[in-house]
Design a protein around this ligand. Structure first.
Ligand SMILES: [Zn+2]
Length: 449
């Protein structure tokens, strides 16, 4: 339930609005779940009776971070030193063994890590989505739940379009709008053409977007060309998958024509820089996305291919990967990285009017960061230059996040969950993981194609 009027005063506020306003010292006020005022400290009046949090010039306030492509998992750290085509067969062992109760704990541990690090909205492509919704409800964060559906022989353990439809019916816009449910498809080689076409019909029937991941590694694209005689994005276009609101993760290896297709169809991209480096996928063509006006969000890709569900690492990595790829230190500055992790992420997820920036009328999804720490010094500006933004993006850590609100409800206070007892949950998660690993022993890897 939204709390009464809250004001954070004497804070360094990064609005991430169209002017990229930084208010220092600034005041932000929110009530009944909505931001009612954001402005300079001296001219923003705090209503009497408000709960006042004094940032003492040591707190930063940012929009809640948006992870636009994640996969929950209980088993991070178990599929290491493998590229995609070797990684995926091992990953499918997890999915063969997965039951609803395991999915609940996988979602729970993933969302706990995300929320602790300031991620207030997360797109989770996973299975047993009712369990994902239950886990999200325990903590309070926003989730876009996207079932992995697949229908090719040997993939029966994934979700179907029937279970997807049930998830959309039951979950889309529930929890006061904090849960959204989309249509999701596993890798193109896991699904039949009729399934792709039926997925479009289903998405249109319910007015929800379609999400999948593609063109992550060169070997994967080569396998798709072998199978279909064409590159994946052209197949998606032909099958009607791409339109405004559609979202593709990765898109590292696209040709010029595929980039044009994304631009022409209004398809967004979820860029996952840490995963792309860790699985040795390569650098996504961010500059080309930008030039063509293709919307780009950032994602972690989940614990199994990243290990950290941290948008701080993703922001920094997105910038560093472009700089080193192009040998150009001007690529992706701190502001651009922060925009991708907030407002652009929100837009790509179809909720840019509601969240992603700190502006009156928007929902109060925001975080505070404790700046009073050696690695975030200096807090002094000089000659019109703000070092704090750069240090937040390049030195900030998930553990620096102090508080988080969604729809004005405080979910994290001083780094602790408000709705749940972290230690008790970790005990449950640990026990569930041990049992799950035992069950997984009975399943062998399945080749990707
Ligand atoms: Zn993925």
């Amino acid at each position: 339930m939204p709390e009464h009027c809250t004001a954070i005063i004497n804070a360094r506020i990064y609005c991430v609005d169209s002017q990229f306003r930084v208010l220092n010292p600034g005041t932000i006020i929110f009530e009944q779940g909505l931001i009612t005022a954001v402005g300079p400290g001296e001219s923003t009046v705090v209503p009497p009776g408000s709960r006042v949090i004094d940032g003492r010039n040591r707190l930063a306030v940012l929009p809640g971070l948006v992870d636009a492509h994640c996969h929950s998992s209980l088993l991070k750290g178990f599929s290491e030193s493998a590229q995609l085509m070797d990684w995926l067969p091992e990953y499918q062992r997890e999915h063969q063994a997965l039951r609803a109760e395991d999915a609940y704990y996988a979602c729970l541990v993933t969302y706990m890590e995300a929320l602790r690090g300031g991620t207030t909205t997360l797109l989770d492509m996973y299975r047993f989505m009712h369990e994902g919704n239950r886990a999200a409800d325990l903590l309070g964060l926003r989730v876009h739940l996207v079932p992995y559906a697949a229908d090719n022989p040997g993939k029966a353990f994934f979700e179907t379009l029937e279970t997807t439809e049930q998830a959309i019916r039951d979950l889309d816009h529930c929890r006061g709008g904090r849960t959204r449910a989309w249509v999701g498809l596993e890798h193109i080689t896991y699904c039949s053409e009729p399934m792709f076409r039926a997925a479009r019909d289903l998405a249109d029937r319910y007015g929800v977007p379609i999400h999948t991941h593609t063109s992550e590694q060169r070997e994967e694209v080569a396998a798709v060309i072998d199978l279909f005689g064409e590159r994946p994005v052209y197949k998606f276009r032909d099958w009607g998958i791409l339109k405004p609101g559609s979202l593709l993760a990765h898109c590292v290896w696209l040709d010029e024509g595929e980039l044009e297709v994304l631009a022409d169809t209004g398809t967004g991209v979820a860029h996952c820089p840490v995963s792309n480096m860790k699985l040795a996928s390569g650098p996504a063509p961010l500059a080309q996305f930008r030039q063509r006006g293709i919307p780009v969000a950032l994602g972690t890709d989940g614990g199994v291919s990243n290990n950290a569900i941290s948008m701080w690492e993703s922001m920094k990595s997105a910038s560093l990967l472009q700089k080193v790829t192009h040998l150009d230190a001007t690529r992706i500055d701190a502001g651009e990285a922060l925009r991708m992790a907030t407002i652009e992420g929100a837009r790509v997820l179809g909720v840019g009017r509601e969240i992603g920036s700190l502006e009156p009328g928007k929902q109060a999804d925001l975080i505070t960061v404790d700046l009073w720490q050696p690695h975030l010094m200096p807090l002094a500006e000089a000659e019109g230059h703000d070092p704090v933004l750069w240090n937040l993006v390049f030195a900030g850590r998930a553990s620096d996040v102090r508080d988080a609100w969604v729809q004005g409800e405080q979910l994290l206070a001083g780094g602790r969950f408000r709705r749940a007892d972290e230690n008790a949950l970790l005990e449950e998660i640990h026990a569930a993981t041990v049992a799950f690993l035992e069950r997984r022993r009975g399943f062998a890897p399945i080749p990707m194609v």
